[in-house]
Design a protein around this ligand. Structure first.
Ligand code: AMP
Length: 180
């Protein structure tokens, strides 16, 4: 994937100051998702990263992680598994609470969603503090899949979220924003 194409996608991301609370520079990816070429560039870039890894499941984190996660799953011929906020999944779940950039939250996954034969990519739209992804990783890890990869569409390098994620796990982003 040419870096130029991903830079063009990055340029489409809209910055919303003080959303949802004062002090947050919210990266609004909907302005990239609505652009047909940008959506294809993101799908192709993710596919390129994971196409030879034998991925069987993509786990997407509610809610913005459902968009890129579904795209990636379809590109790889893998299944899609949602991680959701409490009370949304209908069958038996396992849960994890965590801190995020603005507040505390809990996430859940269906207990039968991942098996020991799975090779998993956990996907979210954006890496901020890394708290959400760490909680998702711990949920997935507790289900003992063969392998776990972590992918984000983008990261905020100033928050150093990579440092809270396990050092031995491959973490990729398509593009990054300086600052927080
Ligand atoms: P964190 O747990 O701090 O890494 O937060 C990651 C989650 O919160 C992701 O699901 C993002 O969608 C969302 N998020 C946190 N900070 C931002 C931000 N500055 N812009 C857009 N989304 C954000």
């Amino acid at each position: 994937m040419e870096k130029k194409k991903l830079e063009a996608v990055k340029a489409l991301v809209r910055n919303i100051p003080d959303f949802p609370v004062k002090g947050i520079q919210f990266k609004d990816l909907t302005t990239a998702f609505k652009d047909p070429e940008a959506l294809t560039v993101m799908a192709d870039a993710m596919e390129e990263l994971y196409k030879d890894r034998g991925v069987t499941k993509v786990v997407g984190i509610e809610s913005r992680g459902f968009i890129g996660g579904s795209l990636l799953a379809a590109c790889l011929g893998a299944g899609f598994v949602p991680i959701r906020k409490p009370g949304k999944l209908p069958a038996e779940t396992i849960k994890k609470s965590y801190e995020k950039e603005y507040g505390t939250d809990t996430i859940e996954i269906h207990s039968d969603a991942i098996t020991a034969d799975d090779v998993v990519v956990i996907h979210d739209d954006l890496l901020a503090t890394g708290g959400t992804m760490l909680a998702a990783y711990e949920l997935v890890k507790s289900m003992n899949p063969k392998m776990i990869y972590i992918n984000f569409l983008c990261g905020l390098t100033g928050l150093n979220g990579r440092a809270v994620l396990p050092a031995d796990i491959e973490v990729t982003t398509l593009f990054d924003f300086d600052g927080v």
